[in-house]
Design a protein around this ligand. Structure first.
Ligand code: SF4
Ligand code: SF4
Length: 367
């Protein structure tokens, strides 16, 4: 009976991902837009004071996101500014069908991180932490405008890493026009001096990406290629552990980076549409006030959850949602947003041969 239920669920999820695309698989929840940092490349309106969804409201929403949801990414602003961040994560895990929580933070609050992690351990909550890191040492603190941030982020990382491999922890470099010249050095510093579990490199997006000159774009593309090539090699040679153990999920997660960055780079360099985007179908964004968008970049609001009785699927099935979904596909909208590329690749069979090839290679390297 149990295995029949599992098979049915698997079929349902495959049908949703590959054909109907009616339920979200991943949601990014901006728990707040407040932030204690001032990063020049930020695209979030961090100064805007909005009324944030309460725990009671999140409780209602989290029960109504369909049965395909696999991951919730909690972000901000700085998510740890909210004192009830653990409760928010716990509510999502308890009420929805998610398997993992991702937490994106600037790492400036080690005490709160420690508290969060100790609660997550007790409740067996599967969390992946992403710490932003743009420059080596003091320069990082200066850039993000938080005193001693480079030390605080390391303290936060250690709070998580004490439970390795229970929790994944990744340092993320966002390549922007401000840091690309030193980004490769930053990568090596994180790998060789800080020695962290996993490193990720993403391209700046939003209006700061649009403002880049062609020359800056070419140079950023070249650094991105350099870091990603070394990252692949470091993973293959176990210099970084990425997602440890050889479970199927982790093999897939480790494989994804090797595929995604090539398509992201191609889109960035050629400024060209390559694949239909599944934002608004498999992916959605809830802002702190309850406004829902298909992604963080497109200025097309689907609605506010308060106007749909806090029922996510009612909003997702609305005429406005359908119109926005159609518009995204028909206008051949494209961008370099890595999370969307992950879903685009896994929801389109034309990429499967490549996934399989890298998954087999990756398993060979790590057995
Ligand atoms: S920490 Fe994140 S949200 Fe805060 S200002 Fe920097 S980029 Fe923006
Ligand atoms: S291509 Fe990018 S900007 Fe367009 S809908 Fe998809 S995620 Fe949003």
């Amino acid at each position: 009976m149990q295995s029949q239920k599992k098979q049915w669920k698997l079929l349902h999820n495959l049908n949703n991902a590959l054909f109907t695309q009616k339920e979200p698989v991943q949601i990014t929840h901006f728990v707040t837009e407040r932030c204690n940092a001032h990063c020049p490349h930020c695209f979030v309106e961090t100064s805007a004071q909005k009324k944030e969804l309460s725990l009671e409201e999140i409780e209602e929403i989290s029960k109504t996101c369909g049965s395909s949801l696999r991951n919730i990414a909690l972000t901000g602003g700085e998510p740890f500014i909210r004192d009830d961040l653990f409760e928010i994560a716990d509510i999502w895990y308890k009420n929805s069908t998610i398997k993992t929580v991702s937490l994106c933070t600037n790492g400036s609050m080690p005490d709160k991180t420690e508290d969060f992690v100790s609660k997550a351990v007790k409740k067996n909550l599967p969390v992946s932490f992403f710490f932003s890191y743009d420059f080596t040492e003091e320069k990082h603190s200066e850039y993000r405008n938080i005193k001693d941030l480079h030390l605080k982020v390391l303290e936060s990382y250690k709070a998580v890493n004490q439970y390795f491999p229970k929790f994944n922890a990744t340092f993320n470099i966002t390549l922007s026009k401000e840091n690309y010249k030193s980004a490769y050095e930053t990568y090596k510093f994180i790998r060789d001096v800080l020695i962290v579990q996993n490193i990720n490199c993403t391209l700046v997006r939003g209006k700061n990406a649009e403002l880049l000159t062609q020359e800056e774009k070419n140079e950023i593309a070249s650094v991105y290629r350099q870091i990603q090539t070394v990252l692949d090699d470091d993973f293959d040679n176990s210099r970084i552990s990425a997602y440890p153990n050889n479970s199927l999920t982790n093999i897939v997660l480790n494989t994804k980076n090797k595929i995604i960055w090539k398509y992201v780079l191609k889109t960035f360099e050629q400024n060209k549409y390559l694949s239909p985007c599944c934002a608004g179908a498999l992916f959605g964004v809830i802002f702190s006030s309850g406004n829902v968008f298909p992604c963080e970049l497109l200025n097309s609001q689907i609605g506010n959850l308060k106007d749909f009785g806090y029922n996510y699927m009612n909003l997702w099935k609305s005429e406005q949602a359908e119109a926005i979904r159609n518009n995204i596909v028909n206008s051949k909208c494209f961008c370099t947003f890595e999370c969307i590329w992950l879903l685009n690749i896994f929801s389109q069979p034309k990429y499967y041969a490549e996934i399989l090839y890298h998954a087999i290679r990756s398993t060979r390297h790590h057995t």
